[in-house]
Design a binder for this molecule. Structure first.
Ligand code: GTR
Length: 341
């Protein structure tokens, strides 16, 4: 995948931008918005040719068409505005209009997001898509509103598996003592602990260096992120645990949302929904492309004892599914899986 380093701001400018945000300013984006009055700002941790970024670009085109050119999108890819936790915070107070993130940073904000982020919940990509495209997905999206976010749609994120610098992981036994990076989420930390490894929460853009310097032994992610972040250059063992099929989510700041007319809100919602099949097409192609590139580089890929991993992680469900509504949604998702969705 292409890297965005040359196409956007210099490192100095990036640091300045981050400092401005973290100081609570969001001044930089506010001034961008003044110059580009009809463009909604949107952040993504991934580089500009990654499917999530391309999907939001498509959303912008659709929105432009639906509003007769009144609204569009200005994308800030490549994590240039900070990590997902920080940009989400900025989004909630209106410093950013839109944000595409993984469910992980929302887990500590909204308990219903934990439902779709449970290990070994979805049996297949189709199962995840069916659940997220229907009332269950709608309820999870709607649950974000009380936290200052309008949930617009879910995008695909494939299956996450473990990779590391030491050797093949076949059973949970092989994970003992490994130091593994996770996104900043208590749920992820608990998953790693349930397998007997040490969890190190860390932003995605620090993982390559941490692997290269031996600060961590490994991490877990899908094929496209494993390739795009160049983690495969250092972590040469990829073990197909496929433990998580949690989706990505595209959100809007409620503050920005409330500034739109109702016709514009309808346009935003429908443009987001229409960008989903486009994203899925790109995603499926990217998974294949990244998998081939990684295999061609000589990374050792192995199957695992999936039953043993599933058993080891059941305690995580018990600790994180604590409300009756979470339980009901989990049961509905499981029933859909059994019915063959
Ligand atoms: C990727 C996901 C990102 C981010 C990342 C991570 O698969 O697309 O949004 O959550 O994983 O591990 O931090």
């Amino acid at each position: 995948m292409k890297r965005d380093d040359d196409t956007f701001m210099s490192e100095k400018q990036l640091q300045l931008g981050r400092r401005l945000f973290l100081a609570g300013g969001a001044a930089m984006l506010a001034s961008c918005k003044m110059q580009l009055s009809n463009l909604l700002t949107s952040a993504d941790t991934h580089v500009s040719d990654y499917p999530t970024v391309q999907a939001v670009a498509r959303f912008g085109e659709l929105l432009k068409a639906k509003t007769g050119g009144k609204l569009g999108v200005k994308l800030y890819p490549g994590g240039q505005l900070g990590n997902e936790r920080d940009t989400l915070e900025i989004t909630t107070f209106g410093g950013l209009d839109l944000n595409r993130v993984n469910l992980a940073p929302l887990n500590s904000i909204e308990p219903l997001t934990i439902v779709a982020a449970l290990p070994f919940l979805f049996r297949s990509t189709q199962h995840m898509r069916s659940a997220m495209d229907g009332p269950i997905g709608d309820e999870i999206l709607a649950s974000l509103e009380k936290h200052g976010l309008i949930g617009l749609c879910f995008y695909d994120s494939g299956a996450r598996s473990f990779y590391n610098i030491r050797g093949p992981i076949k059973t949970p036994e092989d994970m003992k003592g490994l130091k593994l990076r996770v996104p900043s989420s208590d749920l992820y930390v608990a998953m790693i602990k349930s397998l007997g490894a040490d969890a190190t929460p860390m932003p995605l853009d620090e993982v390559y260096q941490a692997l290269a310097q031996g600060v961590i032994d490994g991490a877990e992610n899908n094929w496209p992120s494993f390739e795009s972040g160049r983690h495969y250059e250092v972590a040469r063992y990829f073990s197909l645990t496929n433990h998580l099929l949690a989706p990505e989510v595209f959100v809007m700041s409620k503050i920005s949302w409330d500034k739109l007319s109702s016709a514009e809100q309808v346009a935003v919602r429908s443009a987001a929904r229409e960008s989903v099949p486009y994203m899925r097409g790109l995603w499926d192609a990217q998974v294949e492309k990244s998998r081939k590139a990684v295999l061609a580089s000589g990374v050792a890929v192995n199957e695992v004892d999936t039953e043993a991993f599933t058993r080891a992680m059941t305690g995580v469900w018990d600790s994180f599914i604590t409300t009756s509504r979470q339980r009901e949604l989990v049961d509905q998702i499981l029933a859909m899986g059994k019915a063959g969705s």
